[in-house]
Ligand binder design. Structure first.
Ligand code: C2E
Ligand code: MG
Ligand code: MG
Ligand code: MG
Length: 281
């Protein structure tokens, strides 16, 4: 009897695993064509100054417009792409597209010259030996100034192989590109580690913002801002949705923010209409 139950459980477990594997295989196969069929798109979310809500730049966020399933969230397909290595192609596509777009926006008005573009770099992409050279080529081809580009890396990406990470970061820094640690506060990097990396900014994870003034959040936000100031790097908060959260950031002296309160990620056209043309007036 026990044996039978065990067998049944195993079967259920197996079926679930099977479904997951099938889904992932399917995604993998379809993702392979997605880049070439132009099903991937880059959306942009404004990053603003906390004090004046002035536009500072955008974060590039990939979207997959699947022919039959509609929009698939990067939270679903990025992990698959990371596992299969397809993330390298996808990441290169996003980087190139985002840089090209930023040059276009900067050219639309002299007021746009200071705007920056932040691009997420996955662990596999960061570890690939061609990253530095690829970034250099993209800047060359698009004509984007290196000062306009920020790369976002998570703590876990940096920590994977600290020594190699520092070397790659240095290569990027030598070009004049800025490096921001994404989702800061959720990983395991210690103070001493963060100091060893040649970084330019910390991005406070959404989980500490979305909780608002509840529990330890204000203290955590204040601590991260203080840490950023003490090591001389900039600080951004992600996921700002409400006024109270913005007030919290003001009180903590956090310089910049992004979130639905200011704007959701939008496509190129909408950003141009709502944020770029507007600057001319
Ligand atoms: P992330 O880099 O931390 O990006 C911020 C995410 O928070 C985005 O989700 C954005 O839409 C969302 N967000 C921003 N403000 C708010 C807010 O006020 N409320 C809420 N609820 N959410 C907000 P998205 O676009 O779904 O991307 C999820 C994650 O997928 C990203 O997190 C990033 O880790 C990854 N990702 C997206 N695009 C790329 C890419 O081109 N390359 C790589 N390697 N990863 C990417
Ligand atoms: Mg990011
Ligand atoms: Mg983030
Ligand atoms: Mg995040």
């Amino acid at each position: 009897r026990a044996k039978e139950i065990g067998k049944a459980c195993f079967k259920v477990f197996n079926n679930k695993m099977h479904t997951k594997v099938v889904r992932e295989n399917e995604l993998e196969r379809e993702l392979r064509d997605a880049v070439f069929n132009e099903e991937l798109a880059v959306y942009y979310q404004p990053i603003v100054s906390v004090r004046e809500a002035a536009l500072l730049g955008f974060e590039a966020l990939v979207r997959w417009n699947h022919p039959t399933q509609g929009l698939i969230s990067p939270a679903e397909f990025i992990p698959v792409a990371e596992e299969t290595g397809q993330i390298v192609d996808i990441g290169e596509y996003v980087l190139k597209e985002a840089c090209r777009q930023m040059v276009k926006w900067q050219k639309l008005s002299t007021n746009n010259g200071h705007l920056t573009i932040s691009v997420n770099v996955s662990a596999k992409q960061f570890q690939s030996s061609r990253l530095v050279k690829f970034v250099e080529e993209v800047l060359d081809e698009t004509g984007l100034a290196p000062e306009s580009l920020k790369l976002e890396l998570t703590e876990s990406t940096l920590m994977r192989n600290a020594r190699t990470s520092i070397r790659t970061m240095q290569g990027l820094k030598d070009m004049g590109i800025r490096i921001v640690v994404d989702d800061f506060g959720t990983g395991y990097s210690s103070l001493s580690y963060i100091q060893r990396f040649p970084i330019d900014g910390l991005k406070i994870d959404r989980s500490f913002i979305s909780g608002g003034a509840q529990k330890e959040n204000p203290k955590i936000v204040q601590t991260i801002v203080a840490l950023a100031k003490s090591i001389g790097v900039e600080v951004v908060a992600e996921g700002v949705e409400e006024q109270v959260q913005l007030e919290l950031l003001k009180a903590a002296n956090c310089e910049s923010a992004q979130g639905f309160m200011f704007s959701k990620p939008l496509d190129e056209k909408e950003i141009t209409r709502q944020f770029i043309m507007d600057l001319e007036n």
